[in-house]
Design a protein around this ligand. Structure first.
Ligand code: AMP
Ligand code: MG
Length: 422
């Protein structure tokens, strides 16, 4: 048996970063930027008002106070999007709205709250200024967010909603990113029936194709469901062929020691096999190899194929541990691991056979402490345990288990990487 780390190293050693493509701005969300983005402009492009108020020469407000208005003649009004043709000369002001470019001559803005327009009105309207302002007050400077020609976003950044906004503020409608991997998913098993079909006696619905496809989407890949292969080499090979243009192949089932477990035989014939039992629970049997195909994945020896175990929980957990990091690596990401936290476990977990246990837990926080409670029965066929869990508590392989109240590390399934740094 090999360790989880050894298995992961082998998988990651066989996948490379995919090529780059131009993506419409919104489709770049969650992907890795494949260019250095320099700004073609100042953002904001001009000095502008941060408030609704009056653009003034600050010197004209000297001595102004709540009960000592300084009167300035209002020569224009300027809204966001317009440019005032008037220059603010001594003794004058321009009524200005938030975001409107600052008129020439003005060096600061007095907010409406600090003015009184009822004091003097009429044809030659004047505004009463009730506060002294300093140069630069309530002005947003040109380029204060982004300076023209500066490096705004570097290649390798993961595009979050904020980066989408920043790119839009530069006027970009498309951006270069790393391509998303197409991940072909094949279920194996004579017992499987696809959803939407009647269920004959002795059969079960194929849930793995769907949980795996959902996981692929969740981490940014494009799932391609290849259907169900029966437990024969011919059926498997025929179905696998349809996946030979994918960037990665996932199969579920058929990797144990049963009479019908043919995935590893096929892998041995079709490519280079790595078949391991991994020191983990659930998910001990795991096949990995490079299938000869129309490879685009970069390493050059074929399409990486992960043969995940058939048990629904095992296939999801082995996806988490091996397929997800591989997909993220293909997408150009650097942070491949789920965040780990320390929690106090509230139930005992017994380790009988020296494997690393990934127990499904619900993590909650009371005060400064995280607690992890088992979701209930932990059988590898109990898929609802995954639905209840937000984390996997890790019981080390070299321990006899953990007692209630012990500290455990928990791999969080529903935290994004950024949250991990908070
Ligand atoms: P196997 O690894 O093929 O021996 O399968 C282990 C267990 O997982 C068996 O009980 C299978 O019926 C079940 N199983 C295999 N594939 C699927 C699937 N696609 N959906 C749901 N259960 C499955
Ligand atoms: Mg099977």
């Amino acid at each position: 048996m090999i360790s989880v780390e050894e298995a992961l190293d082998k998988v990651l050693g066989n996948v490379g970063v995919l090529d780059e493509e131009e993506s419409p701005l919104l489709d770049s969300l969650g992907r890795v930027l494949a260019e250095d983005v320099y700004s073609p402009l100042d953002v904001p492009p001009r000095d502008n008002s941060a408030m609704d108020g009056y653009a003034v020469r600050s010197a004209d407000t000297r001595g102004a106070g709540q009960h000592r208005p300084r009167f300035l003649r209002v020569v224009d009004t300027v809204a966001a999007g317009a440019i005032s043709r008037c220059r603010v000369e001594p003794g004058t002001a321009v009524r200005i709205m938030t975001g409107a470019p600052l008129p020439e001559g003005a060096d600061s803005v007095v907010r409406f709250e600090d003015t009184d327009e009822t004091l003097r009105s009429g044809p030659s309207a004047e505004i009463g200024i009730l506060k002294e302002v300093e140069p630069g007050w309530d002005i947003r400077r040109a380029g204060e967010d982004i300076a023209r020609a500066s490096l705004v976003l570097s290649r390798g950044v993961v595009i979050s909603p904020s980066e989408v906004g920043v790119l839009a503020s530069l006027g970009r409608q498309a951006v270069k990113v790393v391509r998303r991997p197409r991940v072909a998913i094949l279920a194996t098993g004579n017992e499987l029936v696809d959803v939407g079909q009647p269920l004959p006696d002795g059969k079960i619905y194929n849930s793995n194709s769907y949980s795996l496809a959902a996981l692929v989407s969740y981490c940014g890949g494009i799932p391609e469901i290849l259907g169900i292969a029966r437990d024969s080499e011919d059926s498997l090979v025929a179905r696998l062929r349809k996946g030979l243009t994918a960037d990665m192949l996932l199969t579920s089932g058929g990797v144990s020691l049963g009479d019908y477990d043919v995935v590893k035989d096929v892998l041995a014939k079709q490519g280079e096999i790595g078949f391991w039992t991994v020191r983990m629970k659930p998910g001990k049997p795991l096949a990995f190899g490079m299938i000869k195909g129309v490879n685009k994945t970069g390493v050059g020896r074929g399409i990486p194929h992960l043969g995940l175990p058939g048990n629904p929980v095992s296939s999801m957990i082995t996806f988490e541990l091996f397929a997800r990091p591989a997909i993220l690596k293909m997408m150009g990401k650097k942070n491949l691991a789920r965040p780990l936290i320390e929690a106090l476990i509230e139930d005992a977990v017994v380790n009988t056979d020296g494997r690393r246990i990934f127990a499904r837990v619900v993590v909650s926080r009371r005060g400064e402490q995280y607690f992890a409670r088992l979701t209930g029965p932990q059988g590898s066929g109990v898929l609802t345990s995954m639905a209840l869990a937000n984390g996997l508590a890790i019981v080390p392989e070299d321990s006899e288990g953990v007692a209630a109240g012990d500290k455990v590390r928990v791999m969080m399934l529903d935290w994004s990487e950024k949250q991990a740094y908070v």
